[in-house]
Design a protein around this ligand. Sequence first.
Ligand code: CTP
Ligand code: MG
Length: 170
Amino acid sequence: TTEPPIPDPALVVLVGASGSGKSTWAQARYRAQEIVSSDDLRGVVGSGRHDLDATDDAFDLLDRIVAARAGRGLTVVVDTLGLDGARRRSYLAQARAAGLPAVAVLVDTSADVCRARNTARDRPVPAPALAGQLRKAGQVGAELDGEGWDLVVTVRSDDGVRSAAAPVVS
Ligand code: CTP
Ligand code: MG
């Protein structure tokens, strides 16, 4: 299956539970400088990628990087969970302000696969936290449809790709 073309430049927001394959998807398609990752920035301003105490500082930096790149009309891929509606609306607004297409990429991987990958990782997300993410991830597709994205692409990293394109709204 082929994925639908994603405009470039664009502001791309990844959406999916931990272990769904967001970072893997982005790294296969975009240059490292085009991807801004909240985990990486926790490692920059905190003691490591998993230093949750550094979350606020990491997201402050992330927002500034998104604004700077979008302000120059450059592609930026927001590699966070993407499950918080208020954060998504803020990225969507930044895309609009910059005149960039706003694209949401929902990495819709089954809960079983996310849990299995999580268990196999060095620093697994605690099971209750992952359960909360998976619950939100199960509802987020319907939310995205009403948010005004120029394009919503749904990819599944466990069995290829499904996709749905919304009409471009300008
Ligand atoms: N993975 C895989 N096959 C894929 C995608 C991912 O085996 N098609 C594996 C990766 O190698 C990694 C794990 O699944 O070990 C999680 O993938 P990652 O892309 O890091 O998931 P994220 O959604 O980015 O997880 P997080 O939110 O925790 O960053
Ligand atoms: Mg990731």
